[in-house]
Structures are given as structure tokens and as C-alpha cells.
Design a binder for this molecule. Structure first.
Ligand code: FPP
Ligand code: MG
Length: 276
């Protein structure tokens, strides 16, 4: 066990960490809070390799890290969190790894909808975005159960992209529009950016404010390509996803919040000057 993990086993240390986090979160809530944040949870296998663990254990550690980050997101008041849990490309990985990821998704989805767990505590509606036809029946049953059980929750949303790629999202949206157009349900003349957006998996979500990718790799890997518009902040973090601790995310939120506060003040000043 690493020394930092060992120190964290002491109740007093845990209490101090929780207390510091609460104060930090109260500070964060006083400024602008993003509405929609997305994560590319990269680096689980490298984490496993470095600690001589099985790949499956790396992904399980990735889920634990996700649970902590989600808790922080919903505590500060972020409305929508979108995570890249499984890319369509991930089907090319060894069967044993694909099976492990499917099993983690199945069990963890059922876990987070338990009474008193994440979805219940924060009023989260769970949505799974991507190609349903590629998902094995037992995992699909867990997805349907978790989405059905949480569909009336209105405080927050958790979008789990699984199996997903942005280009598939855009192609799916186009296909739906063409089908509607062929059935004369819409006029092809009305096809524009907004219409495409209204047919994407993220259709009823607020615009993406922050996209975070861990592991030091600086690319989007076919995730949120459409949604990462000009006002979206992209942050590449040089640590592996299972080591992405809440304080790291907190500093990203603080930076974003400060820049937004400056932006809003500037807009207010410009508006005041126009009124003079
Ligand atoms: C990328 O790291 C991570 C994944 C492909 C899987 C992420 C999935 C989870 C954390 C579980 C999520 C589960 C639910 C229910 C939301 P990598 O495998 O590419 O690692 P590497 O970059 O070190 O090779
Ligand atoms: Mg990777």
C-alpha cells in the first residue's frame, strides 16, 4: 500500500480530509458553477501495470475514482456529468478486458441505484448514451433497470457513454434526420446545427462547460467532438484516472469559476457603459 493510502486509513485523517473538502466546496459554491462537465477517464491500465495488478483491477480502481469525483460534482451543484466509460473502439481490446468492463458496468450500475447510494442521495437520473445494439443482454438489463428506476430524478444527470464515439453520435443524428425527412416529418431546408444537436445523444443537456482528460494524453479520442464548442474549456491532466483526486478537480473548477467571474464582470461593465 502506498504511504498516502496508508495514512488515509486513520479516522482522524479521514475526518480532516472530509472537513477540508467541505470548506473548499463551500468556497466553490460562492462563484459560478459549471452546468455540464465531461471526463475521459484515461490511464486505468497503466495504473494497473505500475502496481502489478490485473487490468480488471485497474478499471475497478477507475470506478472508485469516478464515484469520488461524481460525489464532488453533485455536491458543488454541477447539473450534468458525462463520462466516457466505453468507446466503440474498445471492442478491439482483448475479450477478457471487454468482459471485465462489461461486468464492472453491470454491477456498478446496479450498485449506484441502491437506496442511499449515489443516484438516490443526489437525485440523479442515469442515462446511457451510445449503441445499445452492441451491449450484451445482461448488461442491457442492468442499464434498463437503472435508467427506469432513476428517470423521475430531476436534480442532476449522469450520462454514461457506453459504447460511444462522437462520430457515431453525429452519424446517428444525421440518420434520424434523414428518416424523418423521408417521412415528410421535417423539411430538409430546416436542417441546421441546432437540428443536428436536437438529435444527438446529449440533446436535452446544457452546453458542455469543461472537458477533462487524465493520463497526460492530449487528444479527444472521438469524445464530445460536437459538444466541445468554442466556449468549452478542455483540461488535460497529467495523472492517471484512478489517481485523479477531488482536489485536482477542485483546482480545475476554481480556475474555471474565476475566469467566468471575470468574464461576467466584464459583461456587466460593458452593459452599464451602454446604459450611460
Ligand atoms: C480508459 O483507460 C478507461 C476505460 C476504457 C474504461 C473506463 C471505465 C470505468 C472507469 C468504469 C466505469 C463504469 C461505470 C458504471 C460508469 P485505459 O484502459 O485506456 O488505460 P490506459 O490509457 O492506461 O491504457
Ligand atoms: Mg487509454
Amino acid at each position: 500500500m502506498a504511504i498516502t493510502s496508508w495514512i488515509r486509513t486513520f479516522p482522524l485523517v479521514q475526518y480532516l480530509i472530509a472537513w477540508t473538502q467541505e470548506i473548499f466546496m463551500s468556497v466553490l459554491k460562492t462563484g459560478p458553477v459549471p452546468q455540464h462537465v465531461a471526463f475521459v477517464m484515461d490511464g486505468n491500465r497503466r495504473f494497473a501495470r505500475r502496481r502489478k495488478l490485473e487490468v480488471r483491477e485497474g478499471h475497478s480502481a477507475g470506478f472508485e475514482s469516478l464515484a469520488h469525483i461524481l460525489e464532488m460534482c453533485y455536491q458543488v451543484g454541477i447539473k450534468v456529468v458525462t463520462v466516457y466509460a466505453f468507446s466503440i473502439e474498445n471492442f478491439k481490446r482483448p475479450t477478457v478486458e471487454v468482459d471485465a468492463l462489461m461486468e464492472i458496468a453491470r454491477t456498478k450500475l446496479l450498485q449506484i441505484i441502491h437506496h442511499g447510494d449515489l443516484a438516490d442521495r443526489f437525485g440523479i437520473s442515469i442515462r446511457v448514451l451510445g449503441q445499445r445494439s452492441m451491449i450484451p443482454p445482461d448488461v442491457l438489463a442492468a442499464i434498463d433497470k437503472s435508467t427506469e428506476m432513476t428517470k423521475r430524478n430531476t436534480t442532476a444527470i449522469l450520462n454514461i457513454c457506453f459504447p460511444y464515439t462522437s462520430r457515431d453520435d453525429i452519424a446517428t443524428s444525421m440518420r434520424e434526420i434523414v428518416t424523418k425527412s423521408e417521412k415528410h416529418e421535417l423539411d430538409p431546408e430546416t436542417i441546421d446545427e441546432r437540428l443536428l444537436e436536437q438529435h444527438m445523444f446529449t440533446k436535452d443537456c446544457p452546453p458542455l462547460d469543461i472537458l477533462v482528460r487524465t493520463s497526460g494524453v492530449e487528444r479527444l479520442s472521438d469524445f464530445m467532438l460536437w459538444q466541445s464548442h468554442q466556449n468549452c474549456t478542455v483540461e488535460f491532466v497529467n495523472c492517471l484516472w484512478p489517481e485523479f483526486e477531488p482536489w485536482r478537480f477542485g483546482s480545475i473548477l476554481l480556475k474555471w469559476s474565476r475566469s467566468k467571474a471575470v468574464e461576467y464582470r466584464k459583461m456587466e461593465m460593458e452593459r452599464d457603459q451602454k446604459q450611460l
